[in-house]
Design a binder for this molecule. Structure first.
Ligand SMILES: [Zn+2]
Length: 208
């Protein structure tokens, strides 16, 4: 089915609620009505745009439609932590593939070295110190004599500090799938007002 056919099917469903809505697209999140001709339009505010439900950077293939305003306001923000979470779960290791997505640090002989943790081929836990992300003076001093009496490891992943945002990311992806599969009759039920509020919520805070 082409995108235009799909949009036409969407507007036909909308017209079952109200015949005057034939030819219109209702954004499933902000509920604005826009003419379906606005699909792909250059009007940043009123265009209808296609959005990956799960970002394609992590293999998401399904898409749905949103107004461009919603797409650019929350589209990426809502799924930011979901991407990290899915990568983590599919990476086959307890650490993100991208070392920048973990905050790991060893404190050895009073010197702090930043780096990343990973699982070696033999299954051993390894710590990789990264000079670029450490204080170079501390880094060089440590490696001149790398025999500490005691090593302390600090480790965190930002995704765990952003659980609320991660939850909204899940909800946004689920909502996109519901809209794609069940259409307006499902997503416009008043029970889902609260879900839309959370997706649209501008008070979302993220910690790094
Ligand atoms: Zn919208």
């Amino acid at each position: 089915m082409t995108k235009n056919d799909y949009l036409y099917e969407i507007t036909q469903e909308l017209a079952r609620f109200d015949a005057d809505l034939l030819g219109r697209f209702r954004c499933p999140t902000c509920l604005r009505d826009l003419p379906i001709e606005n699909f792909g339009s250059a009007d940043a505010d009123n265009a209808i745009s296609e959005e990956h439900i799960i970002p394609c950077s992590i293999g998401g293939k399904h898409t749905t439609f949103l107004c461009k305003r919603c797409n650019s306001t929350f589209g990426h923000r809502q799924t930011k932590w979901l991407v990290d979470w899915i990568e983590l779960n599919e990476g086959g290791a307890p650490f993100p593939k991208d070392p920048k997505k973990q905050k790991a640090r060893i404190i050895a002989n009073g010197r702090k070295l930043n780096g990343s943790m990973y699982l070696g081929d033999d299954g051993a836990l390894e710590f990789y110190t990264d000079r670029e992300r450490s204080n170079p003076t501390d880094f060089d001093a440590y490696w001149r004599n790398p025999k500490p009496s005691e090593i302390k490891i600090e480790y965190s992943m930002p995704v765990f500090a952003n659980e609320d945002a991660l939850r909204v990311g899940y909800l946004t992806a689920a909502y996109g799938l519901w809209f794609k599969n069940f259409g307006y009759s499902f997503v416009l039920q008043s029970k889902l007002n609260r879900v839309r509020e959370q997706i649209l919520g501008s008070g979302l805070t993220t910690n790094r």
